[in-house]
Design a protein. Structure first.
Length: 69
């Protein structure tokens, strides 16, 4: 997804969370490790890999979700 933040977590009729706004995920594609490090999500929810220029993985979304909590 690459941009997990409160604004992108919506609730359906049963109050179940749904993730929205897959814009960055479509740009990056499935191979997160080859993502351009110039792409950015929302400051405050970014994993350290984005800032340090390290390869990006799905773990970046786990970090962002932890920041939301």
């Amino acid at each position: 997804h690459c941009d997990i933040k409160p604004e992108n977590i919506l609730l359906d009729n049963d109050m179940s969370p749904r993730i929205a706004d897959f814009g960055m995920a479509k740009l990056v594609g499935r191979d997160f490790s080859r993502a351009l490090t110039t792409m950015r999500g929302t400051i405050g929810y970014l994993a350290p890999e984005w800032i340090s220029g390290q390869p990006i993985s799905a773990k970046a979304d786990v970090y962002s979700f932890g920041m939301v909590l």
